[in-house]
Design a protein around this ligand. Structure first.
Ligand code: NI
Length: 171
């Protein structure tokens, strides 16, 4: 396994719609293993392929932070098929190091996806799971959480990004 380099906003791959995954082969398995390792190393709960400069529609997530094996899931070609309710909460992103901002999301989502063998599955989740699924599916579509903020919060976030970039921690 290998740690992959996480790219930071405004890298263009983060703003590009990912290509659907068509080959469910050994290379895909290896990529997913490396993505899990990279996500756990960075203490994230989700990581999408565009964040490691691979412009494809897939992501890994584990909202338990490695505590519960059943929450360790790779979602390939995700499609949100149902949403309901609302939640507002702080959100962060490994491609925006040090930035946390309130974002409104749906409270519940049902996502249809393919697993590593190409089999279709559905995941019905609420709260943090729903937030993570929506955030990571957005990454697959070239959308970052900055795009989901209100105008005011987005302007605040942009100013904070500029400050963080000056510290040299954000390249
Ligand atoms: Ni993110």
């Amino acid at each position: 396994m290998a740690l992959l380099k996480i790219v930071h906003y405004p890298e263009s791959v983060l703003l590009t719609v990912g290509k659907p995954v068509e080959e469910f082969d050994e290379d895909l398995k290896k990529l997913i293993e490396d993505m899990f390792e990279t996500m756990y190393d960075a203490k994230g709960v989700g990581l999408a392929a565009p964040q490691i400069a691979v412009s494809q529609r897939l992501f890994v997530m584990d909202c338990s932070g490695g505590e519960d094996e059943t929450q360790k899931i790779a979602l390939i070609n995700p499609e949100i098929i149902h949403v309901e309710g609302k939640q507002i909460g702080d959100e962060g992103c490994l491609s925006f190091p040090g930035l946390y901002q309130k974002v409104q999301r749906n409270l519940r989502t049902v996502v249809r996806y393919q697993n590593v063998r190409g089999e279709f599955q559905e995941l019905d989740g609420e709260d943090l799971t729903a937030r993570c699924v929506l955030h990571e599916t957005d990454h697959c579509d070239g959308i970052v959480f900055l795009d989901q903020m209100t105008f005011l919060k987005r302007e605040m976030a942009k100013r904070k990004i500029k400050k963080l970039q000056k510290t040299g921690k954000w390249e």
